[in-house]
Structures are given as structure tokens and as C-alpha cells.
Design a protein around this ligand. Structure first.
Ligand SMILES: NC(=O)c1ccc[n+]([C@@H]2O[C@H](COP(=O)([O-])OP(=O)(O)OC[C@H]3O[C@@H](n4cnc5c(N)ncnc54)[C@H](O)[C@@H]3O)[C@@H](O)[C@H]2O)c1
Length: 189
């Protein structure tokens, strides 16, 4: 197993990794970043960062690695968006927009990838116990927890399990799907 450092917000970094990473059978686009703040207080630098990491990063890395999957006529792409992109999230307006973009991107690429043997699906975590959530105020954490029918945050491995399902042969006939892993918080149709 090898590990490489990658800045998904940098064209040069994505190109460098794509050029010598070798064979990629499963691409999981999981890098993300956000901060809770009223939209009216956002500035353009904030939007640029949110969109560069959460949306454009997914687009760039996927575009760089897709040709080798098309050539082999096989591949799995799993995008990690957010329930914010399905149902909205107070104080995460541009983040939610970027994640909604990932959802639309997933569905459209699934249509395009099917003829090349490539499945594209999306996991939408609800509030999950990671450093990202630890950075949220105690007030917001409490509000999130109260709203979750299971009354607890997700565990990182529960999100990984959904990605593993999409990456496995159990999902051979599944593409373009959006799966919320959120303890029942969001019941999107
Ligand atoms: N934790 C939650 O409650 C929650 C809820 C919904 C969606 N998500 C999504 O799940 C994914 C994982 O988030 P997490 O909770 O583990 O957050 P996290 O902050 O713990 O981890 C995010 C990871 O993304 C990496 N990253 C950030 N910017 C990057 C860049 N420019 N290039 C490469 N890597 C970069 C960070 O190094 C970090 O490893 C993200 O896409 C996030 O938006 C998380």
C-alpha cells in the first residue's frame, strides 16, 4: 500500500498525483471543508475555499483519473457529499450548494460512466463524530444531536461502511445513487 499527499484545491497537485499514482480501481472523493457562519457574513475568499475543496476538487480529481478507468472498462467512484446538500443546513449555505453540486455531478457522471463499466455513487453523511464536527460550537452540536432520531452522531466507520458497499461487488448493479447515513435525520426522497 502506498500513500500520497494531495491538495485537491491545487491543479498542479492533482495533475502530479494523477500522472504517477498508477492503477486506481476505486476513487473515493472524501476531502471536505466547511465552517458554520451566516451566509451574509461570508466573503468571496470563503466561498472560493469551500467550492474549491468540496466541489471543484471532486471534479478535477475525477476528471484526471477517469480516463484510465474508461480504458480498463471498470472502476468505482464514491463521492462523499453531505445531507446539507440534500436538505440544506443552517449556516452552511455555500457548503450545502457545493455538496448539492457533488450530488448532481454523481448522478450525471453515473449516466455517462455506465457504458464504460464505471459505477458512480454518493454517500451523504449526517453529523458524524470527526474533527470537522469537533470544530462546531457546543450549541450547534447539541441542536444537531436533539434533531437526530437515533440521538447520537454517526461514527466515521459507519460512513466508511457505506462507501465500502458502493465499492464492492454487492453494488455491481447500483449507480447514480445517493445514500444518507444520518441516523434518520434526513429522510430525503
Ligand atoms: N463530520 C461530519 O459531520 C460531516 C457531515 C457531512 C459531510 N461530511 C463530509 O465528510 C467528508 C469527511 O469529513 P470529516 O468529517 O472526516 O472532516 P475532517 O475535517 O475530519 O476531514 C476532512 C479531510 O479532508 C482533508 N482535506 C481538507 N482540505 C483538503 C484539500 N484541499 N486537499 C486534500 N485533502 C483535504 C483534510 O486533510 C481531512 O483529512 C467531507 O467531505 C465532509 O464534508 C462530514
Amino acid at each position: 500500500m502506498t500513500a500520497r499527499q494531495l491538495d485537491v484545491a491545487s491543479d498542479a497537485s492533482v495533475d502530479a498525483v494523477a500522472a504517477d499514482v498508477g492503477r486506481v480501481d476505486v476513487l473515493v472523493n472524501v476531502a471536505g471543508w466547511g465552517k458554520i457562519q451566516p451566509f451574509v457574513e461570508n466573503d468571496k475568499a470563503f466561498w472560493d475555499k469551500v467550492i474549491a475543496i468540496n466541489f471543484y476538487g471532486v471534479v478535477k480529481l475525477t476528471h484526471a483519473l477517469l480516463p484510465q478507468m474508461i480504458e480498463r472498462r471498470s472502476g468505482r467512484i464514491v463521492n462523499v457529499a453531505s445531507d446539507a446538500g440534500r436538505v440544506g443546513s443552517l449556516g452552511e449555505t455555500v457548503y450545502a450548494g457545493a455538496k448539492a453540486g457533488v450530488i448532481g455531478f454523481t448522478k450525471s457522471l453515473a449516466r455517462e460512466g455506465a457504458r464504460h463499466g464505471i459505477n458512480v455513487n454518493c454517500v451523504c453523511p449526517g453529523p458524524t463524530d470527526t474533527p470537522l464536527l469537533a470544530a462546531v460550537s457546543e450549541k450547534h452540536r447539541e441542536a444537531f444531536q436533539k434533531a437526530i432520531p437515533m440521538r447520537r452522531f454517526g461514527k466515521p466507520h459507519e460512513i466508511a461502511d457505506a462507501a465500502l458497499f458502493f465499492a464492492s461487488s454487492r453494488a455491481d448493479y447500483v449507480t447514480g445513487q445517493i445514500l444518507s447515513v444520518s441516523g434518520g435525520l434526513t429522510l430525503a426522497g
